[in-house]
Design a protein around this ligand. Structure first.
Ligand code: APR
Length: 311
């Protein structure tokens, strides 16, 4: 029996649960939140869509962790989102407290689970969850690269008048200012990006991708993005539950690949039932490699700050 827990029944958490239920890949999806009635009400509402949507997954809402026991995968979305003008880093202290607390409970209830962290600032919260859970690092990862890549593909497809399904791309690095978009790996309609777009256009789209989350936050005025983020998280859950071996850009523990060691960073990783089966090394240009190493050092120093926060 496949069981998934999503911690946090806010925008990101509830849309992830909805996507997972409609994908019909788990017997049960449990959604837990501190707000009384919220997860229960959302679960009831989603279950009532079952006869129309035709999924079998049972959605359960709770305010505790008993119902989450024995989960195969746990997605952590608990935390506060950004307000306009805020950077993800401004959430650090508040979300470190929340993510630390929920990770402890999740790890007790589901000691064999694969953890997928999505709370921001992403790289730091993933590192924190690994630390607090004490889980082997391959069983703890974060979602950011799938989302950044999807945003990049969307902008490229719009700009170049093609379907997003005809764009191959990958973003690495951190979920923030040091995101590395890897233009050398981009193909549009099978052609290298440099053949179909000039340098100025590429730089503009790269920058828009880096600022992709902030652009949505500024428009929404309250809360942050959740449709594309929940698609990304649900795809990762599906790869783990289905043991597919798909290579996805995720925030994973890097152990020497790309000349980087001992840090959580956005890299391509092969996902399966045990979490990250392998960090995949792509042939990057010297500039991209330098950017990735720079991102690693930026994240490394922040992750050390987080370790201090939780003592
Ligand atoms: N335990 C469980 N749930 C919690 C806790 C906690 N300790 N603290 C907060 N929550 C819940 C809130 O009650 C709320 O329902 O987390 C939920 C957050 O939902 P939203 O405010 O709608 O935020 P959301 O858009 O879902 O973003 C969540 O993901 O993208 C990131 O930056 C974003 O860190 C943020 C997270």
């Amino acid at each position: 029996m496949a069981k998934v827990t999503v911690v946090g029944a806010g925008k990101y958490g509830s849309t992830t649960v909805q996507r997972l239920a409609e994908m019909d890949i788990a017997d049960e999806v449990v959604m837990t939140d501190i707000v009384e009635g919220l997860p229960q009400g959302l679960a009831l509402d989603m279950n009532q869509s079952r006869p129309i949507e035709g999924f079998e997954t049972r959605v359960v809402g709770s305010n505790g962790y008993q119902e989450t026991a024995g989960s195969d995968v746990v997605v952590i979305t608990a935390g506060v989102p950004r307000k306009p003008g805020m950077s993800r880093m401004d959430l650090l202290e508040t979300n470190a407290k929340i993510v630390g607390e929920v990770t402890r409970k999740v790890a007790d209830a589901s000691p064999e689970a694969v953890l997928i962290v999505v709370s921001n600032p992403l790289d730091e919260m993933t590192s924190l969850a690994a630390e607090v859970s004490g889980f082997p690092r391959e069983r703890v990862m974060g979602q950011a690269g799938m989302l950044d890549t999807a945003r990049f593909k969307h902008f490229l497809a719009e700009e170049l008048g093609t379907s997003p399904s005809r764009v191959e791309a990958m973003t690495l690095g951190s979920h923030g200012d040091t995101m590395v978009p890897v233009p050398s790996m981009v193909k549009v309609d099978g052609k290298p990006l440099t053949e179909v777009a000039d340098a100025e256009t590429i730089e503009r789209l790269v920058q828009r991708t880096r600022d992709g989350g902030a652009e949505v936050v500024a428009l929404l005025k309250s809360g942050s993005a959740y449709y594309a983020p929940s698609s990304a998280a649900a795809a990762m859950v599906a790869a783990v539950l289905g043991d597919t071996g798909e290579v996805m850009p995720v925030c994973a523990w890097v152990t020497g690949q790309y000349g980087i060691d001992g840090v959580y960073l956005g890299v391509p990783a092969k996902l399966g039932r045990a979490g990250v089966a392998e960090v995949v090394e792509l042939p990057l240009t010297d500039t991209e490699l330098a950017e990735l190493r720079e991102a690693a050092e930026a994240v490394r120093s922040k992750q050390a700050d987080v370790a201090k926060l939780i003592g």
